[in-house]
Write a protein that binds this ligand. Sequence first.
Ligand code: PLP
Length: 437
Amino acid sequence: MLHPHLWPDTATVDDAGQLNIAGVSAAALARQYGTPLYVFDEATLRAQCRAFRQAFESRWPQSTIAYASKAYLSLALGRLLLEEGLELDVVSVGEMDMALAAGYPAERLHLHGNFKPDAELQAALEAGIGRVVVDSLDELERLEALAAVRKQRVAIWLRLCPEIEVETHAHIQTGHADSKFGLSGNRGEPLEAVERAIRSSWLDLVGLHLHLGSHLRDMEPLRRAVTWLGEFAAMLNVAYGVNIRELSPGGGLGVAYTPEDHPPDIEAYAEAITDALRAVNADFHLEPPRLIVEPGRAIVARAGVALYSIGPRKVTSGGKVILAVDGGMGDNIRPALYGAKYHAVLAERVTGLALERVRVVGRYCESGDTLIDAVKLPAAVTGNILAIPVSGAYHLPMASSYNLVPRPVVVFVKEGHVRLVRRRETLDDLLRLEREE
Ligand code: PLP
């Protein structure tokens, strides 16, 4: 049967052993739209937004959930997030434009990124972006110069590097001493940034931000980081009389990818953050700041299911069974990039006896193109549909057209209805930018 912590809330298996999402047959979707196909369950997306809002607002009323768009963004998702009352964290003008096209007011967007080129800062100022999260002294200087030319006051947060290690893959740690992100404490950068911001007529220092990393499963470093952030705000208050009105400990809550994973839930995450914030606030008698939390993965991951068609089957001389599917590292780079693990079922035989241990590989010309190293499935044949859960985060936004294979189709499902939210990329799309001058 299905492990509920891996599948969308509406996923069910019918008497024939078929996987359904929001009352729609996964295999029928795969045949209608073709594979690879990404299916998002709207009910799960909304439930995750509400769970985050409720967990934080009930503990810290001045809380805002700002979804980290980098995990996955589309017009359809942007509209849904807006309806659910979330703000958005964007890391490029591309993500900003998508959010604006989805109807987001610019003042509800926060622009992150360790290198925001001048043209992007300029575009953000023109749009009237809500917050620019300044990552370096270089950026502070460039942003101030651009704001001065426009005679436009801009609200900023400073991204600080707390030099706290977390247990996650090295590629997704972001707050450790060696990180490329944020102003580094031991070099005096944060204080220099604060002093420059205070002196500036165009920069309004409203908040402090940090982000430890993604897919976090241990809440202890997060507690320390929140305390550290609060202490820094208190020190600025004493030393410079600055009132830091907003604190953001980033995002990063991990999710389960396999039946064996059991990361902390949203409640435990909210409790860790707000408990630490309450304590540091009380210690230093601070005005309660607005708390901005930026979950990405934990909102979208479980809502998305990737469907593939199974193709050739190979048995190695060592007796290993290898199943090839019609997607792979082009639509899901995470196993190759981070050694990420996944689970899978056959969409039409979920209840079949999973007696065969297989390796699931993609169609790309790389030996590293393995989606799942080992999973047990009923004996599969060409044409069967493989469903991989927890595919909603960091697949599509990191997708490439490697080997000139077009990127997948995306549909949203809700109460028995399907809507296409992104058509499959075509070869024409891929050739459109080519020139023979
Ligand atoms: N906020 C910032 C600044 C980030 O860099 C990231 C991702 O790395 C996030 C939020 C979202 O992280 P996650 O998707 O793990 O919640």
